[in-house]
Every structure is written in C-alpha cells, then in structure tokens.
Design a protein around this ligand. Structure first.
Ligand SMILES: [Zn+2]
Length: 143
C-alpha cells in the first residue's frame, strides 16, 4: 500500500491510497482521480519537500531560536549543518531507512521526501527534519 500526498489545481491537498506507484499512474492516466473537495480531476502528486535525517551521522541539527528576529541566524546555522550532509535526492526515504536498519553506512544525509514518506519514517522511529524549501539551502548556494 502506498500513501501519496495529492493536490488538485485549486490547491486542495489530500491523501491518496494506492496499491503501488503504478496503480497511481494508471488511475491518473484514466482520469479516475478526483479532488474530494471540489471534484477537480486535475490531480497530481504534490512536490516533495526537502528533509534531513537527524540523530544518525553525528550531531543534532540546530534548534529554532526563540525569536523570529533570529531567523537569519537560524538559517545560517542550518546551512552550515546541511552543508555536511550528503544529498541523496529523491532516494531520501530509502536511504534513511537503509541507514536505520544498518544496510547503509551511517552518515548525515539530506534529500527530498513527500509528507507521507516523512510520516512513514517517523512511524518507523527514524527522525527526519523538514527544511525550509529555499534556494538558500540548495547546492548552488551551499558550494
Ligand atoms: Zn480541489
């Protein structure tokens, strides 16, 4: 069973349950998916968001400072912290799971995951942290 974060053209967000990714694709191609809120059939997977894995591969990520005034400082600390993480892209959930089970070398990783994938990781006791989806955190800004 695969849980996907879906959204319609009107910005409604909902979960879709499918037997597999192929099942989702097939239903989508046949126009069988529709928004439960407005009935829109322009349903698509929501873009995955960036995450880092925490607790494995060393230190903890910086905690949010108490005041919004310090956001710039947090972003700076977050960038430094993320800089040392290996970018595994869309394989994030897979890699985080492999590390958790000792099937991959322990290291700090970052990548992209859907909300459903992140929730699954949390359910399995794998702590991940959503990152602000900002160009300041992408590779070009980091290197
Ligand atoms: Zn809708």
């Amino acid at each position: 069973m695969k849980v996907l974060d879906l959204g319609c053209a009107h910005g409604h967000v909902f979960e879709g349950w499918f037997a597999s990714e192929e099942d989702y694709q097939a239903q989508r191609e046949r126009g069988l998916l529709e928004c439960p809120v407005c009935g829109d059939r322009q349903v698509d997977k929501r873009l995955s968001a960036p995450y880092v894995q925490t607790r494995r591969g060393g230190d903890e990520p910086p905690a949010a400072p108490p005041s919004a005034v310090q956001q710039a400082e947090l972003l700076q600390r977050l960038r430094e912290w993320v800089r040392g993480a290996e970018d595994v892209g869309e394989r994030f959930a897979e890699e985080a799971r492999a590390m958790h089970h000792g099937d991959a070398p322990t290291r700090r990783i970052r990548g992209r995951a859907s909300l459903a994938e992140a929730a699954e990781l949390w359910d399995e006791g794998i702590a991940v942290l959503p990152l602000p989806d900002t160009p300041l955190l992408d590779d070009k800004a980091l290197h």
